[in-house]
Design a binder for this molecule. Structure first.
Ligand code: NDP
Length: 247
């Protein structure tokens, strides 16, 4: 795991969008960015959960976060456009995005994967990443140094039976990372992907219900990599796909 100690003002005055900030890794990263001075835009689909994270951040003395609820399964093109417009209007800038939100379903062979499950997972895990990035790129281009962090997975690099649409969507994330990074070479925007590795969250428990959850790392333990890639200490890191828990 990366042994990076972020300076306490690393993200001062930055505005950063974290998708899937209501739970798991996204929630921890949002709070960590807030602790380092960022104004965090908390995205998720459950307003009550997002408001809880908001309250915890305000109580911890973070800059006042913003909340943008949007269900990525059925969000419309207009809603993606209005997400970027709201950020521009209310906060005036955008310095980074962590594309963290994703869904998983019960593991199943391709043959028995429901078409609707496949389509929903592609919509949430990869299509929304394209749509949010497309809507927000004009804002990111205006930032002094912007950072986009994508979220990959081990099954996005080596396919595994029964991981169907989840694995395929994460392969697409790896491809998106390479294409976008190539396009943004020599720009003010860097793009990288993180493979969190086995991490103690609701999603991990869904995929491995029999596992002793205390045998795997907590999201807090992988947070230093997310801080490093979002702050200016990583200005020369671009187009990488990085393991948060290297073997
Ligand atoms: P969680 O299930 O704990 O959190 C996922 C987040 O995404 C939640 O905030 C959830 O909202 C949100 N989300 C899910 N579906 C939607 C939707 N339709 N619209 C809007 N928001 C949605 O997952 P993790 O924290 O474990 O995963 C975070 C990222 O890390 C994912 O990209 C995952 O694929 C990746 N990853 C995780 C690993 C692990 O071991 N945990 C390993 C490898 C990769 P809500 O709170 O409402 O459910």
């Amino acid at each position: 795991m990366l042994d990076y100690q972020a300076p306490e003002n690393l993200l001062k005055d930055r505005v950063i969008l974290v998708t899937g900030a209501s739970d798991g890794i996204g929630k921890v990263i949002a709070k960590e960015y807030g602790r380092l001075g960022a104004t965090v835009i908390l995205h998720g689909r459950d307003t009550n959960k997002l408001e809880k994270v908001y309250d915890e951040m305000v109580e911890a003395g973070c800059p006042q976060p913003a909340i943008i609820p949007l269900n990525l399964v059925n969000a419309t093109m207009e809603q993606y456009a209005s997400l970027a417009e709201t950020i521009a209007k209310e906060l005036g800038r955008l310095d980074g995005i962590v594309h963290n939100a994703a869904m998983i379903s019960e593991l199943a062979p391709i043959e028995y994967t429901a078409v609707e499950t496949w389509q929903q997972m592609m919509q949430v895990n990869i299509n929304s990443v394209f749509l949010i990035t497309k809507a927000c790129l004009p804002l990111l281009r205006e930032a002094p140094n912007a950072s986009i962090i994508l979220t990959s997975s081990g099954v996005g690099r080596q396919g595994r039976a029964f991981w169907g649409p989840y694995a395929v969507s994460k392969f697409a994330i790896e491809g998106f990372n390479q294409v976008l990074a190539d396009e943004l070479d020599n720009s003010n925007i860097r793009v990288n992907a993180i493979n969190p590795g086995a991490t103690r969250t609701k999603m991990r428990a869904t995929a491995f219900p029999a596992e002793d959850k205390y045998s795997i790392v907590a999201p807090e333990q992988i947070a230093p990599l997310y801080c490093y890639l979002m702050g200016d200490d990583s200005l020369d890191v671009h187009g990488q796909s990085i393991d948060a828990q290297p073997k």
